[in-house]
Design a protein around this ligand. Structure first.
Ligand code: PLP
Length: 364
């Protein structure tokens, strides 16, 4: 039995921080009064917190509504200077929020989008990536972890291949967010987008952009809005200040919990889940915890996906079903519209919950 226990109740500090902001500081920035000053201090704190979390400098952080909104805005900004015939590479492992923004940009600017294939085990085919790269490639956009099958990408190698071809390396870290530490410097990515609501914070999006890149981009912004700090150029309108307060508390929660403990524990629970899967279950993706996070897509013989998920839901297990917007991986696995059941494990889950889920799967 695992001896790990987490103080998961501490995450309530996120809720308290949001309420405290409304009670004590609710205002816009740049006003000549106390609540506005307090709000400015909070925005600065959120930026330094984001920088510590992503391992970059505060000027390189950009807050937005969610990953999808940031992706549409930043892809369009990046592509302003690209020419017809330029090429974009995405992958078949991506969530569509890391694909459609590029497809729309390509539609408007007559660019070409290419898809990197995956192997049957759902790892990215990096030989295929090498084949697709050309001197017209402007960006390689990829997931750090798949939200469908849990596969973790070889980020360093993808970045190296992109940079060798003179392309940007653009990472979607939304699904990876609750499972492990992000380090944009070590990974050497040019852009990375994630969603704090996935790591126990409020509904918010957060992006990193390498300083030189942000300095080179022409932002879509209103003229009176400040150009400083750098990342702020790419934030439109008033930020959701109360959510920034919650974001700071969420990062404090994650840091105090500790990535090493989170990773080791999730691995333990993931292995327990994989070991306990009955024979009549088909798992899509890597069969051990090596190279993946604890997100499992599967189907049960003879039981339609939707029905299986509904029955597990009735039994108290909040699993998902369908394609979870990961269209390409589902098509590649031949699962089409029906997709698969998806169960995700994070650090607040317990061994009893994993055993209970396995029992409920066996009883389907
Ligand atoms: C891998 C991945 N990318 C992008 C998104 C979209 O994120 P958001 O809801 O913040 O727009 C999700 C959402 O689940 C996701 O799992």
């Amino acid at each position: 039995m695992s001896t790990v226990t987490f103080d998961v109740e501490a995450v309530d500090e996120v809720i308290d921080a949001v309420s405290a902001y409304y009670r004590e500081s609710n205002a816009n920035v740049s006003g000549p009064y106390a609540t506005s000053r307090r709000t400015e201090v909070l925005v600065d704190k959120a930026r330094t917190t984001a920088a510590d979390f992503l391992r970059c400098s505060p000027e390189e952080t950009i807050f937005g509504a969610n990953m999808t909104t940031l992706a549409f805005a930043l892809t369009r900004t990046a592509g302003r200077t690209w020419d017809a015939g330029d090429e974009i590479i995405v992958t078949k492992l991506d969530h569509d929020a890391n694909v459609s923004p590029w497809l729309e940009l390509a539609h408007d600017k007559d660019l070409t989008v290419r898809f990197v294939d995956i192997h049957d085990d759902t790892t990215l085919d990096l030989d295929d990536l090498e084949r697709l790269l050309s001197d017209r490639t402007r960006v390689v956009s990829f997931p750090v972890a798949s939200n469908a099958v849990g596969t973790v990408s070889d980020v360093r190698r993808i970045v190296e291949l992109a940079h060798d071809a003179g392309a940007l390396a653009w990472a979607d870290a939304v699904h990876y967010g609750p499972h492990g530490p992000i380090d944009v410097r070590d990974w050497d990515v040019d852009v990375l987008i994630c969603s704090p609501y996935k790591y126990f914070g409020p509904h918010l999006g957060l992006a990193y952009g390498r300083r030189e890149l942000l300095e080179s981009w022409r932002p879509y912004k209103v003229r009176p809005a400040s150009d400083e700090p750098l990342g702020h150029r790419f934030e439109t309108g008033t930020l959701p200040h109360e959510l920034l307060a919650g974001f700071v508390a969420a990062v404090e929660y994650v840091e105090s919990t500790g990535w090493d403990a989170i990773r080791a524990y999730e691995r333990e629970l993931g292995e327990r889940f994989l070991r306990g899967l009955p024979e009549n279950v088909t798992l899509y993706g890597l069969p051990t915890m090596e190279g993946r996070v604890a997100t499992f897509a599967f189907n049960v013989d003879g039981i339609p996906t939707r029905a299986a998920a509904a029955r597990l839901g009735d039994a108290g297990y909040a699993v998902w079903q369908g394609n979870y917007y990961a269209l390409e991986v589902m098509n590649r696995l031949g699962l089409g519209d029906a997709g698969a059941v998806r169960a995700g494990i994070v650090h607040y889950n317990t061994e009893d919950e994993v055993d209970g889920l396995l029992k409920a799967i066996r009883a389907l």
